[in-house]
Design a protein around this ligand. Sequence first.
Ligand code: PEP
Length: 250
Amino acid sequence: MLKSKKPLIAGNWKMNKNLEEISKFVDVFLKSGVENNKKDVLICPSYLHIEFLIKKLKPYGVKIGAQNCHFREKGPFTGEVSAPMFKEIGVDYVMVGHSECRTLRNESNENINLKLLNVLKNTMHVVLCVGETLEERKNFRALDIILNQIMIGLNNVKNFDEVFIAYEPVWAIGSGKLPDLEDIKNIMKNIRDFVRKKYGIRAADEIGILYGGSVDSCNSSKILSIKNVDGLLVGSASLNIKEFIKIIKS
Ligand code: PEP
């Protein structure tokens, strides 16, 4: 399953929306015709709502993803879900390393790498989330932190066509604060250069790089026009269907 070269607009719904709200979202989404836009659209709902959205939106080309997975394929891990389980029900994408998972679940880079390898082994796309905290940024450690997360996160990856990196400054997530566009440009370039140096020209060309953190319909087109930005990872603004449609059209 090769990655399309269209920009990817991904919505991370986190622990939000019930079935009634999702049904309304789907109705408005399909009436808008936005699924035929020149972008790929990915929605990552709660695990419980994945199958519902697969039935409703996958026939229209919308990709449905999981917000995390376990690093083992099966075993005594109460409350967890594995990559093959997601694959079995038709999931296309799995996010790993979101800052909320890194913090709340104490996930290490090594652990995240195991998850990522598992997702690829099960022939799904993976979105590796990376980003620095405010303190790390203030101490001029942002780039070191990000590149280290990428270096360990991508360990043993051979094929980059199914891989996305989402650069999400932790301090920008849900805060309404956006880095300067020049900052985003610089980090994105450094990420692409790093992948090129470490894995070669083909890997750098194949990998998708997304920006995430306080994206909304007012800033989305500016961010999408930055060199090396292949798409957006959108949290809060993806919950509001009108906002999300505007972002997809931007
Ligand atoms: C996120 O949590 O992945 C995110 C990007 O959130 P928000 O858009 O709300 O900042």
